[in-house]
Structures are given as C-alpha cells and as structure tokens.
Design a protein around this ligand. Structure first.
Ligand code: GLU
Length: 261
C-alpha cells in the first residue's frame, strides 16, 4: 500500500466531539495540539486546509444552554456565537505558531453556482499562495434546510474535491472503521485499508454520532465515497492525539485508509 508521504495539499476535518469536552466547553489542550501539528505540517511545506465543526457546540457552551437546541433558529444563533469563539481561538493559537489563517463559510448554493464556486476556488488558491491556512465551516446561520450540507464530513469531501486535495483526513472519536461496533462488540477489529466502499462496508457504519457531534460513521463513509471517487486518498482516524498526523504523513498506517478509485 502506498502511504501519504507524497501528499502536498491536504484537507483535515475536525469534529465537535474532538474539539469540546462533554461539558460543551472547548478542549483547549486538544485544540492547541491540533493547531501546533497543523502549523508544523504547513511549515514543512504541506498546503493545509482545516474544515472545522464546533460552531453550534461551542456556542451552546458559551451561551450556557443546557443542551443543543432542537429548533433551527436557536441552532443558527448558537452557531453565530460559537463561530466567533472558534475563530478567535484558531487565530490566537495559529498566530502563536507563526501562521496566518483565513475563514471561509460555505453553503451548498456557493458550490452549485458556477460563478460563486470559481470565486471560492480563487480565494483558496490565493490563500495557499500567500502561505495562509484556510479554515472552513458551513455558514450555519444562513443555511436553511434546502441548502445545507448538513454535516461537515460531507462538506470536507466537497472542499477536498473543489481544491484538488491529495488527501482528506477526517478526525473523529474512534480509531477508524471497525468490523463491528467497538463500543458494543469487543471482538470488533479496526479495518486498516478499504479498497472499495461496497455495500458491505457501508453496512458496518453505526448511524449515531456523539451527542455533541453530527454525523457518526455513515457521513464519514459518504465523505470517503465522494473523495475517493475523484482520486483523493481518505483517512478516518482518531483526533484525540493530533500528533498521529505526523505518522500519517510520514507514510505510516494510521486509522482507516480508503484508497482512491
Ligand atoms: N457546522 C456545524 C457546526 O459548526 C457542524 C456540522 C457537523 O457537526 O458536521 O456546529
């Protein structure tokens, strides 16, 4: 199997469950480590884009709400609060490591409209040219049901495709795709490499994400389908130790690697 040693442009997606504690508050230690590793990968010459969730989750924590609201306006309002906080933290941490970031908030209609899509790609290309790190989230406060990506796993695959990334890495709270549900079946084993996302592979996904996140494994497999279909290596791995990304880009086996078609 070829590793990812030669990847040049990468998209990393991080979810709410990796960025926050169960209290809903930001996991600062994790975020700091992740930013440090991404800044270092950028310094080593990789072009790095980060797709981040957490706007709603962090907003819920910051507003002191007891749980993630169920109605759209409240979620959207929480996202406006959380998105500021997230970007404040990313800007502070990336700045400490000498890196510059730019924010891109995207809705599905931005991708479906050819002119807006071209503008978006141009912004990405310029940010890379300037040596900056694009940070992307769905524009939650304006995205109504008809135009939502709905989950950032899908969004990350669409971004990877849009900017012609070599590799998409989805960080999550399990080690990758298992032969069964590792929370219930102790014989479940990690699947290191998936050559093709068949119906049997899709059937392995548990639909439920965590209480704070959105997708679970189903949306990760769909994202892997979108990305591998256009030749992008996709890796689903645990985000709890961001330094594992070094091993991945050293060409070692980490998480579940979905090979491009
Ligand atoms: N865009 C949402 C947020 O930032 C997250 C969507 C997802 O969890 O996939 O809260």
């Amino acid at each position: 199997m070829r590793g990812l040693k030669n990847a040049k442009r990468i998209v990393v997606k991080v979810g709410t469950s990796t960025l926050t504690y169960e209290t809903g508050k930001t996991n600062l230690r994790r975020m700091d480590k992740l930013v440090r590793v991404l800044a270092d990968l950028r310094n080593s010459g990789l072009e790095v884009a980060l797709v981040t969730s957490g706007a709603i989750g962090v907003g819920v924590g910051k507003l002191g709400l007891k749980e993630k609201p169920h109605d759209t306006p409240s979620r959207q309002a929480a996202a406006t609060v959380g998105q500021c906080e997230l970007m404040f933290m990313y800007d502070k941490l990336f700045s400490e490591y000498g890196n510059v970031i730019g924010q891109l908030l995207i809705t599905r209609s931005d991708i479906e409209n050819e002119e807006r899509k071209i503008n978006l790609v141009n912004s990405f290309e310029k940010l890379f040219e300037f040596g900056a790190i694009p940070i992307i989230n769905e524009n939650d406060s304006v995205a109504v049901e008809e135009i939502v990506f709905g989950d950032n796993d899908t969004l990350s695959a669409i971004v990877a495709k849009l900017i012609g990334a070599d590799c998409l890495v989805i960080l999550t709270d399990t080690d990758g795709l298992y032969s069964g549900n590792p929370r219930e079946d102790e014989n479940a084993t990690l699947i290191p490499v998936v050559n093709e996302i068949t119906d049997d592979i899709l059937a392995l996904a548990d639909t439920k994400g965590s209480a704070r996140g959105t997708g679970g494994m189903v949306t990760k497999l769909h994202a892997a389908q979108i990305a591998t279909d256009v030749g992008i290596d996709t890796v689903v791995m645990n985000g709890s130790e961001p330094e594992d990304l070094y091993r991945l880009f050293d060409g070692r086996q980490v998480g579940t690697h979905f090979l491009p078609r």
